[in-house]
Design a protein around this ligand. Structure first.
Ligand code: ADP
Length: 450
């Protein structure tokens, strides 16, 4: 069943149930009110005749025998009362034809009970209850009340259907649009956003849906870009390999050692690229498990300072390592931390000309480790600064592959830092140099010396 029909049906059911309840209560109340009216207008008379009948009953040896004739004797014709015994058999009626007959069922419970010493001896009714005119009046009254309720129910139901349709249109329309949008998305069309009609929950749903669609579209775009970039990056070494081998085959000559060295270099580069890609996709998917531990930072860093110094010397560069303010401990995966540091320092070497200077500094800020690598190299143009952490992004795309890397280094570094719960940022000026700063959150518990 459609939502519109469901909402209308619920509203109409509520109206009908309310109408029936009001009808029943109305009939009950009308009967009670009429009885009350009748008894109140006849109260004095009923009390008087109740006393008379009770006296008769008591003096007659607790019996009603002969009450009909006594009644006539006492001129009860004008009294307008009817007397019955407990079982509803009429003992006195101004019309003798009724004596000995049964009180009609619908009146039976509406009498005035006569008691002697708390014992019920009979029931007294105002004669009006037995008159057709009064009953007709009562029925007409009830009928008109029910008629009014029925009319009310009919018009309220009509109103409920109209309101229900309006209400459900308001609810159903955006839901239908959502359904159409989901179908559109299933076919790969993410361009058309959902219109937002309201600020209520449905509006929130539409907004969240648009956000989700944007995220998915962005994800698909990234994946496409990644596929395109990956195949582009793989194609270059593969082309070198293929053409070298093709040439050798054409020449019908065995491979020279230098050729094998070139081919081997390309294979190694290819292998490195594939490994980096795998590493990055694992990190981005959150599948890379970090083996974090407390590291004695200074000892740890000194282990590879020697290597860095040798590299600086071979490149005729100055290297300054400043660990005075470094924390005693840091909390990280040692292998991954080394990868982060080496990626940044290698870039600094790679993008700084001979004679330049590289400054490595580590300091403690609160509980956290702040690590920076500063160089006096070529720097990064402002328009590139935000992009260098994207995979395969190189500021100079046409640069010789020998001088540049795969363009994955900073993407991996950023993913590693973030996997540790930290951040990385860069400040740079063209031809003056760049400073990369990494924050790694520290261990919150006090360190126990072993
Ligand atoms: P690559 O392997 O090309 O170095 P990265 O992801 O490590 O890839 O770096 C991306 C790009 O950012 C580099 O191609 C380079 O243009 C720029 N870059 C990175 N580090 C520096 C730096 N220290 N100085 C200048 N440019 C840098």
């Amino acid at each position: 069943m459609r939502l519109t029909s469901k909402i209308s049906l619920i509203l109409v059911t509520v109206v009908l149930v309310t109408g029936v309840l009001i009808g029943v209560l109305c009939i009950e109340n009308t009967n009670d009110a009429l009885d009350e009216y009748l008894y109140e207008t006849h109260e004095v008379m009923l009390n008087e005749w109740a006393r008379t009948f009770v006296t008769y009953y008591t003096y007659n040896g607790e019996s009603w025998d002969g009450v009909d004739s006594i009644g006539r004797m006492m001129n009860l014709q004008q009294a307008g009362v009817v007397l019955s015994n407990l079982h509803g058999r009429i003992l006195y009626h101004y019309d003798v034809n009724y004596i000995g007959t049964q009180v009609p069922q619908e009146i039976y419970s509406r009498g005035y009970i006569l008691r002697v010493d708390n014992q019920v001896i009979g029931i007294l009714y105002p004669a009006a209850l037995f008159s057709d005119t009064f009953m007709q009046l009562e029925q007409d009254f009830v009928k008109s009340a029910i008629g009014a309720v029925a009319k009310g129910v009919f018009f309220t139901s009509l109103f409920a259907i109209i309101i229900g349709m309006g209400l459900s249109f308001n609810i159903v329309h955006p839901v239908r649009e959502l359904t159409t949008a989901v179908k559109r998305m299933a076919k790969g069309n993410f361009e058309e956003p959902l219109p937002i009609y309201s600020t209520d929950e449905i509006g929130d749903l539409s907004r969240s849906f648009n956000m989700m669609a944007q995220e998915i579209e962005h994800g698909i775009e990234l994946r496409k870009q990644m596929m395109a970039d990956t195949s582009h990056e793989l194609r270059t070494p593969l082309t070198v390999l293929a053409s070298k081998l093709e040439f050798t085959l054409e020449q019908n000559k065995p491979l020279e050692t230098e050729d094998v060295v070139v081919l081997y270099d390309e294979v190694i580069r290819l292998k490195g690229l594939v490994n980096e890609l795998q590493d990055l996709s694992k990190l981005e998917a959150g599948h890379a498990m970090l083996d974090k531990t407390l590291i004695r930072f200074r000892d740890y860093f000194e282990d590879f300072t020697v290597l860095l110094e040798a590299e600086a010397e071979s490149r005729s560069m100055q290297l300054e390592v400043n660990l005075e303010q470094a924390p005693e401990y840091c909390y990280a995966d040692p292998k991954r931390l080394k990868q982060i540091i080496l990626n940044l320092v290698n870039n600094a070497f790679r993008y700084t000309p001979e004679g330049g200077k590289i400054t490595i500094e580590a300091r403690q800020e609160g509980n956290d480790l702040m690590f920076s690598v500063q160089d006096t190299g070529m720097g990064i143009a402002p328009e590139d600064v935000d992009k260098i952490f994207e995979r395969f992004y190189r500021t100079d795309r046409s640069r010789d592959r020998e001088s540049g890397g795969s363009g994955l280094g900073l993407a991996i570094t950023k993913a590693l830092v973030e996997a540790h719960g930290g951040w990385i940022k860069v400040a740079s000026k063209v031809n003056e140099g760049s400073t990369f700063t990494v924050m790694l959150p520290g261990w919150q518990e006090p360190v126990e010396e072993k």
